[in-house]
Design a protein around this ligand. Structure first.
Ligand code: RIB
Length: 310
């Protein structure tokens, strides 16, 4: 059983030919709102794709933006532990998705910043705690220390990128980052695998976009090229990866099996618009995996070289 503690945002999304540069105005096309927030996206991925019994601790305001977020989590079968903040607005994210599927995101965290150490529920029965960094650092640190003290495995998606206090990192069992986030937590950057080796956490997984992903578990390194898809919107793909990875580990998968499921689910998430709206069902993931050829030798070689393994 997994507890996700983290953010929930209503995403205001506009598609445009490209993401505006500083000072530039771009005329976009379609506008939509979607349930999002890294925490809520990861909870939906754990439950919907990963099939894990999933609870989520979140904070929302008492406003019109909260209900679509609670509805989406409920529809995915996530059990909610909700902190209501009457005086603080529900978190929002303002997202531009470019025609090449990349995005730029600005978050107004609102109620997410009210999540406090005293809100942590009883951890009895949970195997994993999954967190991100859209809630206060002192709160996630306190949650990690409490989980570690009770033998609950702590998985941290260190996003958005920021440096981590050593006492926090010391309570983390698994760190999941992209390359930018990895750079923020590594003291002396070098090769990718060298960077993974520098982090004092038993397991570090790095997502590498269309190249794939890599991991270090204790002293062992693993790589997996990405699944090829036609991407329309990469929003939430990293969250899908995190949720499915932790759900697979929770169900007894080893790290390579978990990386494969997470990577395939993240690829599928890139083929649909929105964050939670793009997270595949378990059935869609199984069907996709059944039709995929294994990675080519060229892609394996290129990824290992990129990581500094060969
Ligand atoms: O990772 C994607 C998410 O980041 C979006 O859903 C947005 O709400 C921000 O939290």
């Amino acid at each position: 059983m997994i507890l996700v503690a983290g953010s929930a945002n209503l995403d205001f999304v506009v598609r445009a030919a490209h993401i505006p540069a500083a000072g530039e105005t771009v005329l976009g096309h379609a506008f939509n709102t979607y349930p999002g927030g890294k925490g809520a996206n990861q909870a939906v991925a754990c439950a919907r794709t990963g099939g894990a019994i999933t609870h989520m601790l979140l904070a929302v305001g008492q406003d019109d933006h909260a209900q679509p977020l609670l509805d989406s989590l409920n529809a995915a079968n996530v059990t909610l532990n909700t902190v209501l903040t009457p005086d603080v607005a529900t978190g929002c994210a303002f997202i531009c998705v470019a025609d090449n599927a990349e995005n730029a995101i600005t978050v107004a965290p609102g109620a997410n910043l009210t999540l406090a150490p005293e809100h942590l529920p009883d951890l009895n029965g949970f195997s994993h705690l999954l967190m991100q960094l859209e809630t206060p650092m002192h709160t996630v640190t306190a949650y990690a220390l409490a989980a570690r003290a009770q033998g609950v495995k702590v998985a941290l998606n260190a996003a958005p990128a920021q440096a981590l206090p050593p006492e926090f990192l010391a309570a983390v069992d698994m760190l999941i980052v992209n390359e930018g986030e990895l750079a923020a937590v590594v003291p002396h950057p070098g090769s990718l695998m060298g960077n993974l080796a520098q982090i004092a956490v038993p397991c570090v997984v790095v997502t590498l976009g269309p190249r794939g992903c890599a991991a270090r578990l204790d002293k062992h390194f693993f790589t997996l090229p990405a699944f090829a898809v036609e991407a329309v919107d990469t929003t939430g793909a990293g969250d899908t990866f995190c949720g499915v990875l932790v759900a697979a580990l929770d169900q007894g998968a080893d790290i390579t099996q978990a990386m494969q499921r997470a990577s395939a689910a993240a690829a599928l998430a890139c083929t649909q618009p929105g964050a939670q709206s793009s997270i595949p069902t378990a059935q869609a993931l199984s069907k996709f995996l059944a039709t995929q050829p294994g990675p080519s030798d060229d892609n394996i070689t290129a990824l290992r070289a990129y990581c500094g393994l060969d």
